[in-house]
Structure formats: structure tokens, C-alpha cells
Write a protein that binds this ligand. Structure first.
Ligand SMILES: *[C@@H]1O[C@H](CO)[C@@H](O)[C@H](O)[C@H]1NC(C)=O
Ligand SMILES: *[C@@H]1O[C@H](CO)[C@@H](O)[C@H](O)[C@H]1NC(C)=O
Ligand SMILES: *[C@@H]1O[C@H](CO)[C@@H](O)[C@H](O)[C@H]1NC(C)=O
Ligand SMILES: *[C@@H]1O[C@H](CO)[C@@H](O)[C@H](O)[C@H]1NC(C)=O
Ligand SMILES: *[C@@H]1O[C@H](CO)[C@@H](O)[C@H](O)[C@H]1NC(C)=O
Length: 448
């Protein structure tokens, strides 16, 4: 081949590569800093940079900040900052605001540590701030010293939920039901059960599923990406392992580590506030749990009935019921060939339900009205504005297919419960579609 042509080709390639690289750089820059930098006229212009991360270390402390929300439900404060604080190094903090481009004076922050830290050195902690007069606050940050600040050294958090305090009619919410899934971590790859759960949620009337993601398995990653594209699932990056040594357990004395269960308590609260302005109800359950109405066709019909009977209730407790995955329904009619190569549990095959051991603590999960929640734990809301109601189990219970809790029970001591089968006709094709979209169905040979 003739050399000059080849060299010219190489130069052209190099030129194009450089051009594309520069273009990418130019497009990335504003996103990294969240907003266009203000011209450097006055020294107190702000925000010079906003945090684009879900977890932002607070400068000069060991604490982490997550997000800020307008919250005027209690007198004396305007903004709630959700964070993860090292319990033994809590010192006074001062709030500083960005008021439509201008820096504010500082106001003292009120630090409220959540009591359910289970002995871990780090705990979910809220800082309540008061906005100074004449400030239309758009961003907030915390300082260890009051007084003058250097705006370039701040990592501003945008203040969200600016309109939560407006009274809304039921029809005005963007979503009726949001499910909050607190944490994905490790190489969790239970694809079939996740696809079935997500499609069940949708059949029951859920509009949005928010999932906090540290890491997950490769097939689940593909499945979830499909759901994100479609708009049903909202993934929130949760790189807590880059900042702390999160525990896989719930009790410090048993498992050690810095923080309870990958920060589950923080993400649940974050999700409640994230949903406050846009969702009528929030369901706080795990990805392998389905909050299932037994007397109604969907959550809408059930909650309309419950809320009519209990108008002042903001926290509905739902009992957890285990369907052990070692027992299979004998006819195997839902052992479908197209799911053979899909990793994970097929919930339609597990129809035997344990009675809970009423002698021991029996956990619940929840449906809440987010605007009536101040802060929540995993199995109950700790501080709230409405009342609590334990929903009777013939009305609603959690279908939870997993390893048995009471392994000594024999098959004839379990209850046959085929409630899931009532949805199979709609469920199966939808699950197939989601798996197919992710290239996970057996019939789509040679995954690409
Ligand atoms: C804050 O916003 C309101 C409404 O947009 C406006 O009338 C007022 O002048 C603003 N105040 C300041 C101090 O910027
Ligand atoms: C943290 O504070 C130091 C000075 O106190 C400053 O030089 C640095 O830029 C700050 N970093 C961030 C991320 O704000
Ligand atoms: C929520 O439910 C109400 C009635 O219960 C209905 O009018 C409204 O359209 C629903 N909203 C969404 C987003 O589905
Ligand atoms: C979950 O987080 C991991 C680690 O950052 C990432 O590789 C993966 O793509 C994420 N998955 C989804 C669906 O967001
Ligand atoms: C929920 O069920 C009721 C009663 O069966 C039905 O009329 C309604 O259309 C259903 N709503 C949704 C959102 O599926």
C-alpha cells in the first residue's frame, strides 16, 4: 500500500480523536460542577460549585452530607439537611445560604442525631437550619465557624422541595405510590425475583421505584438499566463504600464496621423526603418483598378504603409473611422453560406461607404519607405527625419469598397461599418483556 496515504489516514484519525476528546471535555465540565460558574465580580457570588454527588464529605469534619430539603413543618426552622455524622465528633455547625446568587450571613444549625444507630460509630443525623431574612435561598452549606466564608471553598447542596408546603389535592401528585428500596450492594443478581417484584408493583398501581445502588450483579445491572430508560425505576448512586466501611449487619456488636447496613436508615429517610412533594404514598419495603392487598385489586383501592376509615393516619404497618423458597408447588405449572437460564428465585413457585412466630418480635414494613413523616426507622416511623395503624393481615400482608425463618415447620404446618397466581396472566408476559429487553430470556441465544 502507498505510505503517504496511510500516514495521512493516521493523522486524520489522530485529529478526529483529539477533537472528540476535547468535545467530550467541554460537554462534561458544566455537569461536573452542576452549574455554570458565576463571573468573578463580587467575592460573595454563589454557588461557585454545587455537589453533583449523592454523598458529599463536609470539609474540616468527619461527617458526610447527603441532601437538603425545605421543611417548614416545625416552627423555627426552614431547611433540613440529611447527613451521616460521626457520633463522637459532633461540634456546633453554622448554616450558610446562597440567596439567589448572593451569600447570606450564617445562622446556627440544630443538630438532631437519629437514635437508631445500633451502636455504630456513624449515625443518620439531620441539621435544621433557619434561613436569614431577605434571603430567597437556593443552596445551603455548613461551616464549622460562623462568620465570613470563602464561597470557592463551599460544596453547595441545592435545596429541594421548595413547594412541599402547598396543600395539594389527591389528583395533583405526580405519583400515587412510590416504592423505596434502600440498598443494593455486593453482587446481588436475583434477576428473576426482581423482575417479578417490579412488575407486581406496577400491576398493583406503583408509579415509581427508587433504588439506592452501591453495587449489583451484571445481569441485574442490565435489567435495571432497561427500567431506568423506561422511567419506572430511578437509580440513586450510593457509593457509601468509598467514604466508610459500611456494615452488612444491623448490630455493631455483632458485625463491626462504621455504619448500619450500608446506610439503610439514611437512604430510607432520603427517599421519604425525595418523595414528599411528588408522591401521595411511599412504600418502605425491601426488593424481595411485595406489599400485597388481599381484599382489593390494587393499592389504590385498598388505601382509599383504609384512609377513609382512618383519616388521620400517616403510617400503615404491614405484617411480614415468609414464603420459604425450599418448598415448591408440586404441579410446577409456573416452572416456565423460558426462565430456565435466568438467575434468581421464581416467586410463583413458592406458595407455602409460614405463620409468624408471635412469641418473638415480628417485624413490619410500611406504607406512609411522606408529608406526615419527620424521620423513620426500618420497621416503624419514629417521629411523625399523623397516627399509626396496624393493617389486619386479611387486608394486606407482605409476600416475602426467602429462606425460611421457622425452618422446623413441616409442609403441612404451612398455609397454602396462591394470591400471586391471581396476577399471573398479566404478570408473566410483562416479566418476559423486561427480561427480553435486557437480553436475558433463554430464547435470545448468544447474549449480546
Ligand atoms: C424573593 O423572591 C420574591 C418572589 O420571587 C421577590 O418578590 C423578592 O423580592 C425576593 N427577595 C429577595 C431579597 O431577593
Ligand atoms: C476545604 O477547606 C480548605 C480550607 O479550609 C480549602 O482549601 C478547600 O478547598 C476546601 N475543600 C472543599 C472541597 O471545599
Ligand atoms: C392517583 O389516584 C387518583 C385517584 O385515586 C387518580 O385520579 C390519579 O389519576 C392517580 N394519579 C396517578 C399519577 O396515577
Ligand atoms: C450500580 O452501581 C454500580 C457501581 O457504581 C454500577 O457499576 C452499576 O452500573 C449501577 N447499576 C445501575 C443499574 O445503576
Ligand atoms: C384498582 O382497582 C379498582 C377496583 O377493582 C379499579 O376500579 C381501578 O381501575 C384499579 N386502579 C388501578 C390504578 O389499577
Amino acid at each position: 500500500m502507498d505510505k503517504p496515504k496511510e500516514i495521512r489516514g493516521k493523522f486524520f484519525f489522530l485529529f478526529m480523536a483529539t477533537f472528540v476528546f476535547l468535545l467530550c471535555l467541554a460537554m462534561r465540565t458544566p455537569r461536573t460542577y452542576g452549574s455554570v460558574p458565576q463571573p468573578r465580580r463580587a467575592s460573595d457570588a454563589c454557588p461557585s460549585r454545587t455537589s453533583s454527588e449523592t454523598i458529599t464529605p463536609l470539609n474540616n469534619t468527619k461527617h458526610l452530607l447527603v441532601s437538603a430539603y425545605m421543611d417548614r413543618r416545625e416552627a423555627g426552622s426552614d431547611v433540613r439537611i440529611i447527613g451521616i455524622f460521626k457520633r463522637d465528633s459532633i461540634r456546633p455547625l453554622h448554616c450558610v445560604f446562597c440567596c439567589a446568587g448572593r451569600l447570606s450571613s450564617t445562622t446556627p444549625g440544630t443538630i438532631m442525631q437519629h437514635s437508631d444507630h445500633f451502636g455504630f460509630p456513624y449515625a443518620t443525623t439531620d441539621v435544621m437550619c433557619r434561613i436569614p431574612r431577605d434571603c430567597n435561598a437556593t443552596h445551603v452549606d455548613l461551616l464549622t465557624q460562623p462568620g465570613r466564608v470563602r464561597p470557592l471553598h463551599q460544596s453547595w447542596l441545592p435545596i429541594r422541595n421548595q413547594k412541599t408546603n402547598e396543600k395539594k389535592k389527591t389528583e395533583e401528585f405526580q405519583f400515587n405510590f412510590t416504592v423505596c428500596i434502600s440498598n443494593l450492594f455486593g453482587d446481588y443478581n436475583n434477576v428473576l425475583q426482581v423482575a417479578q417484584s417490579l412488575e407486581m408493583y406496577r400491576l398493583l398501581g406503583v408509579d415509581r421505584v427508587v433504588i439506592y445502588n452501591t453495587t449489583c450483579g451484571p445481569d441485574l445491572d442490565r435489567l435495571l438499566r432497561g427500567y431506568v430508560q423506561e422511567g419506572f425505576v430511578e437509580m440513586v448512586p450510593w457509593p457509601i463504600d468509598r467514604h466508610l466501611n459500611p456494615s452488612r449487619g444491623w448490630l455493631f456488636s455483632q458485625s463491626g464496621g462504621d455504619l448500619h447496613y450500608f446506610g439503610q436508615l439514611t437512604t430510607l429517610n432520603e427517599c421519604v423526603y425525595r418523595s414528599m412533594e411528588r408522591s401521595r404514598y411511599v412504600l418502605l419495603n425491601d426488593i424481595d418483598e411485595i406489599i400485597m392487598p388481599y381484599r382489593h385489586d390494587n393499592l389504590t383501592a385498598m388505601m382509599d378504603a383504609l384512609q377513609r376509615q382512618h383519616p388521620h393516619t400517616g403510617e400503615f404497618l404491614i405484617e411480614n409473611h415468609i414464603f420459604p423458597k425450599i418448598h415448591f408447588e408440586p404441579s410446577r405449572r409456573f416452572h416456565l422453560p423460558q426462565w430456565d437460564g435466568v438467575p434468581g428465585v421464581n416467586i410463583l413457585e413458592h406458595v407455602y406461607r409460614e405463620d409468624p412466630d408471635r412469641g418473638s418480635y415480628h417485624p413490619h414494613k410500611m406504607i406512609v404519607q411522606p408529608r406526615l413523616v419527620v424521620w423513620t426507622s426500618v420497621h416503624e416511623v419514629i417521629e411523625k405527625m399523623g397516627q399509626r395503624f396496624k393493617v389486619p393481615m386479611d387486608f394486606c400482608r407482605i409476600v416475602h419469598v426467602r429462606v425460611s425463618l421457622r425452618g422446623s415447620l413441616t409442609l403441612d404446618q404451612l398455609n397454602v397461599d396462591k394470591r400471586l397466581w391471581d396476577f399471573q396472566e398479566k404478570l408473566i408476559p410483562r416479566v418476559d418483556e423486561a427480561l427480553g429487553r435486557a437480553g436475558l430470556l433463554l430464547s435470545t441465544e448468544g447474549r449480546s
